[in-house]
Design a protein around this ligand. Sequence first.
Ligand SMILES: *Cc1c(COP(=O)(O)O)cnc(C)c1O
Length: 367
Amino acid sequence: MRTRTRRPARRLSTAKADTAPIDLRSDTVTRPTPEMRKAMAAAEVGDDVLDHDPTMAELEERVAGLLGASAALWTPSGSMGNLIALMSHLQRGDSFLAPAGSHVLDAELGTAAWLAGGMPRPLEHDAGPGRVSAAAVRRAAGGDAPYYALTTRLLCLENTHNAAGGTVTRPEDHARVASAAKAAGLAVHLDGARLWHAAVKLGVPLGALTVGSDTVQVCLSKGLGAPVGSVVAGSVEFVQQARRLRKMLGGGVRQGGVLAAAGLVALDRVDRLAEDHARAATLAAGLRERGWRAPEPETNIVLVAVADLPGTLARFRESGVLASAMSGKVRLMTHADVGDAEITAALDRIGPLEQGQAGRPAVRGAS
Ligand SMILES: *Cc1c(COP(=O)(O)O)cnc(C)c1O
């Protein structure tokens, strides 16, 4: 009897270890690497709010160089980087254009409107998922308008486009759309939270993807794995103003070099993103083999169309796979903290799409 009671207990603990959840909700869930923690501990610092932090300055200079910009400013988040850029471009009475589903439209609490003052005008993805055409920008920018009409002031692009499934805009397409915006008198901001992913996917330098942009925001805490931080870049005059705006938003950090040090290590991890892309492709292919509707991803974001989104997320969670909801679909993201073994395990846990479960169009009403 004793051995019998002990055995299931042992099995239970083994099962527990096997089912530590595989976290594919976002590429932001990564933990700083030992190398990052070491760099943070050893970081040379100053007071960045008073005047200067050497590690912060080094990071800003390096990212500006990568983006082909004159100057750059560290911000605590990508949302703040975007907001600072939009505040510098917009004022009340203005409107701005952005591809539908953009982070600035849907995931920043409307700050583009109520803090930056710009009325948002979403553009259809008429040039492929996450992408808009130059013709659409020309049309939307309009021309002469009566005094009571909004002034369209800015085009805000996103590469890769998160909600469209990590879709990539090619350098020539970005340049064409940006120059159409310029010709129509608009400024261009590029939300490049995952611009690294686009550059790696296309095999081009980061600077090739920013041509024609006045301001660019990139995240260090997405695929690159820094614990915190983004950088917003542009002209020297823009960065001077951006520093004032960041202070206004409460985003000045004093011994920020501790955080910037992790960002510098993150910059050395750009090439590694190719692994995330490959694993996302493996994951999507495995899901398709199991009957799920998971089209081939362009980068590290796999979107799965399902009939019952909350039900499917709950089912995944129960089987030990954490996913999130995006654009009415299940979103699974590969990142630095999941390897091939986790992808195989995730597919095993998710298993085949079962009849009567998510993925089949609902036939009996909304329940
Ligand atoms: C994550 C993200 C941001 C910024 O996010 P924070 O969480 O504020 O750092 C901006 N744009 C896109 C497209 C993103 O995916």
